[in-house]
Ligand binder design. Structure first.
Ligand SMILES: [Ca+2]
Ligand SMILES: [Ca+2]
Length: 315
């Protein structure tokens, strides 16, 4: 049961609160609230739209799973609906994360447990919904923790965070050492069984690489992926933390630019601005060839990753 406040200044306010109490008294257990948020007004004084309470005004949060708190809107209080929290880019307004929770008492809070990407200029809003109508807050700017960037150095990939290589019994992948994607490009040899120096991803495979340094969005391309044997397409995601969340930069990009004098390795370039990412340390390189396992005819199916480099460190 909702508890009525006893400090109401007038009989009229009491009647308003009683009416509000009747409307919301029986909604069951309370929704998520943030005890540290500013004191909310009584539900009778809620405004026509939700109002962001925290984080606001560009404040930097200290966790990768931040909590967002909004003052509820009139008609969307506890027991009356739900709130959809959207994390969007400041540039195009693209939604990068979202979560819907039931309304709390005067305020509603949501913790983005799946994480919010670092290295982007972001804002958030809360959209109150009651099944037939909805009303949105203004956007509030905030900042995630900074990406931990080490000095640039030579710009080549430094270590493997994780790898997923689907097993294809039709034709098992023999180019399956993820370390072959580290350091400068060095693939060579001859096919189909005697190449060296690259990692074949197979259909839908991927590898996550720690660059230690960060790629930053400068004018033009920022990242170069070196891909061996042909021009198989590559998909690139980037992140500010080793386990993501990762943000798509470009999908299924043909990776076949030739390097003069090199017969094995080719490359393709990516521009962080496509993803509205300012800086990224971890690159998730995914197969973009999508050649189905049942049709496999070589032990090197999928994109063949020889190396990855931050372009600012050199061509
Ligand atoms: Ca760029
Ligand atoms: Ca290599």
């Amino acid at each position: 049961m909702r508890r009525l406040r006893v400090d109401s200044p007038s009989i009229r306010s009491v009647f308003l609160l009683l009416a509000a109490g009747l409307a919301v008294c029986c909604g069951g257990g309370g929704g998520p609230t943030n005890p540290s948020s500013p004191s909310p007004p009584p539900s009778g004084n809620l405004g026509p739209t939700p109002v962001p309470l925290s984080p606001i005004n560009g404040a930097q949060v200290t966790t990768d799973t931040p909590t967002f708190t909004v003052q509820n809107a009139q008609g969307y209080d506890h027991g009356q609906g739900q709130y959809r929290f959207e994390i969007v880019t400041q540039g195009s307004g693209t939604v990068v994360a979202s979560l819907t929770v039931t309304s709390g008492n005067s305020t509603t809070a949501a913790t983005l447990a799946a994480g919010v990407p670092r290295g982007m200029n972001l804002a958030w809003r809360a959209i109150a919904q009651n099944g037939t109508a909805q009303v949105s807050s203004d956007l509030a700017q905030f900042r995630m923790p900074s990406v931990a960037c080490e000095p640039l150095g030579d710009g080549w990939a430094k270590s493997v965070v994780s790898v997923l290589l689907p097993f294809c019994p039709q034709f098992p992948n023999i180019y399956n050492n993820p370390s072959d994607a580290l350091g400068p490009y060095d693939a060579g040899g001859f096919g189909p069984n005697n190449y060296f120096g690259f990692l074949s991803l197979g259909d839908t495979g991927h590898v996550v690489l720690d660059m230690q340094a960060c790629a930053v969005d400068a004018p033009g391309n920022d990242i170069r992926v070196f891909q061996a044997v042909g021009s198989e397409p590559v998909t690139l995601y980037v992140g500010g933390t080793p386990n993501g969340p990762f943000v798509l930069v470009e999908r299924d990009k043909r990776c076949g630019e030739r390097i003069p004098g090199n017969q094995t390795t080719r490359y393709c370039d990516f521009d962080l601005s496509l993803a509205e990412v300012q800086e990224a340390r971890y690159f998730k390189v995914e197969d973009g060839e999508h050649f189905p396992c049942p049709q496999a005819g070589t032990p090197s199916e999928g994109a063949d990753i020889d190396a990855v480099r931050i372009l600012r460190a050199g061509p």
